[in-house]
Design a protein around this ligand. Structure first.
Ligand SMILES: [Zn+2]
Length: 430
């Protein structure tokens, strides 16, 4: 672990780029991140000398994905062993996501508890940072790819059971404020904050006022708890929400206002499918990069072939990289059929697309690194290349294609051209 690793390139910091940048990792931690002169001054001159300058590459902090259902053929909401989930974690890691939350989807309570217990093993092994529960306290109307039969009213008891089953590794949970039992005393939001789990507002058909109520309650609860985590997030803003209308503004208006105040961080699935690039660019402009979290909402097909996949209890068809719920012929007309069912991009792709949409590079990177790290209470540990942080480094070419990934200072294998090496062993129901 005392091995010294030196990488050079254009170092992307929170608000600037160091053109001839250097990251020196020692013992799995960042020893120096700055200019060549900084590294020389810290006593690493001899080490740096052995590595040529690399002006055509970027050095980014390892990416942090708060919303991710799988990849490489593995579906986190469907795994019955930790081994089945690992290919999904590694698929994203090879593309630079060194910290991720494994996201569940709405399912029967017993299934959620089982999955949480399995994925907690991966958290305990240090492979994932923890779990995100997307549901089951969500809007029927805005359920997207979630199984309508498994949606339910808010239950603080189920929250506590889930926290226990996840052995402390449940980190966030998506809730809709208008669902009975979510806001107010004794509700789900209160139980989450008490357990140190961050509520995330989403899959909601609620009013602006209902969203404001949840945001205010969580904000006060987090402050009373000492503010170690937060702010609360909006689960993929715009997707799975009542659209913004000027006479019926719905939750989006409340989320944008809260983000502009610094009381919320809004997730954006900036993959070119879920949102128009102009929406992504505009939100960065409106609320500032410090209040945006880029996410993938990736599902099993990320990094592998089109086809039929499971997403919890739902069947999903992926065509040309776009995942949609498969309509059931027996169920008749239904607004949620054909709904987009997660993404197939890696987070580095989302960063690249945000930059192409017109978001400054440092802002796009910040929204995929420092901001989600802050939300999880991990600032200084991950999400920024600063002395003492985990030596999680994503090296890319000038077009933000991954060339090399370090995690805890160790080389992640299979990075360049890994797409061709991936064997889809876990494709279900094809
Ligand atoms: Zn999701």
């Amino acid at each position: 672990m005392s091995e010294v690793v030196v990488v050079r390139g254009r170092l992307v910091r929170e608000s600037s780029v160091v053109d001839d940048g250097v990251v020196v990792a020692s013992g799995g931690r960042v020893a120096v991140a700055g200019s060549v002169a900084d590294a020389v001054a810290a006593g690493f001159g001899a080490d740096v000398e052995q590595v040529p300058p690399a002006p055509g590459t970027y050095l980014l902090p390892g990416l942090v994905d708060l919303h991710n259902h799988g990849g490489g053929g593995a579906s986190f909401p469907d795994v019955t062993t930790a081994e089945q989930a690992l290919p999904g974690v590694l698929e994203h890691r090879r593309h630079g996501t060194t910290t991720l939350l494994a996201s569940l989807v709405t399912a029967q309570p017993a299934v959620l508890l089982e999955r949480a217990a399995v994925l907690a093993e991966l958290a305990e092994a240090g492979e994932i940072e923890g779990l995100h529960a997307e549901g089951p306290f969500l809007s029927h109307r805005r359920r997207g790819a979630h199984n309508p039969a498994d949606l339910q009213e808010g239950s603080a008891e189920l929250v506590r059971d889930l926290v226990r089953a996840a052995r402390g590794h449940l980190r966030t949970m998506t809730v809709a404020p208008e669902v009975p039992g979510v806001v107010g005393p004794g509700g789900v939001a209160e139980a989450l904050v008490e357990a140190g789990v961050l509520p995330s507002l989403g899959h909601t058909d609620g009013t602006t006022e209902q969203a404001e109520t949840l945001i205010a309650q969580v904000r006060a609860g987090l402050a009373a708890a000492g503010g170690a985590i937060g702010p609360l997030t909006a689960t993929h803003l715009f997707n799975g929400m009542r659209p913004l209308h000027h006479r019926a503004p719905g939750p989006i208006a409340a989320c944008l206002a809260a983000a502009a105040r610094g009381d919320m961080a809004v997730e954006l699935i900036g993959d070119g499918v879920h949102l128009d690039p102009a929406t992504v660019r505009s939100v960065f402009d409106m609320v500032g990069a410090a209040n945006v979290v880029l996410v993938t909402d990736a599902m099993a097909a990320a990094g592998v072939a089109d086809g039929r996949y499971d997403l919890g209890p739902m069947s999903v068809e992926v065509r040309e990289g776009v995942a949609r719920i498969v309509p059931e012929p027996s169920s008749g007309a239904d607004a949620a059929e054909g709904a987009i069912a997660g993404g197939t991009a890696h987070l580095v792709d989302v960063v690249r697309l945000a930059v192409r949409a017109g978001v400054p590079l440092v802002d796009a990177v910040r929204a995929a690194t420092a901001v989600p790290a802050h939300v999880l209470g991990l600032s200084g540990e991950v999400g920024a290349l600063v002395p003492g942080a985990r030596a999680d480094v994503l090296v890319t070419d000038a077009d933000l294609r991954p060339l090399r990934v370090l995690r805890h200072g160790a080389e992640v294998s299979g990075v360049a051209g890994s797409r061709d090496d991936v064997v889809d062993t876990d494709v279900v129901g094809a």
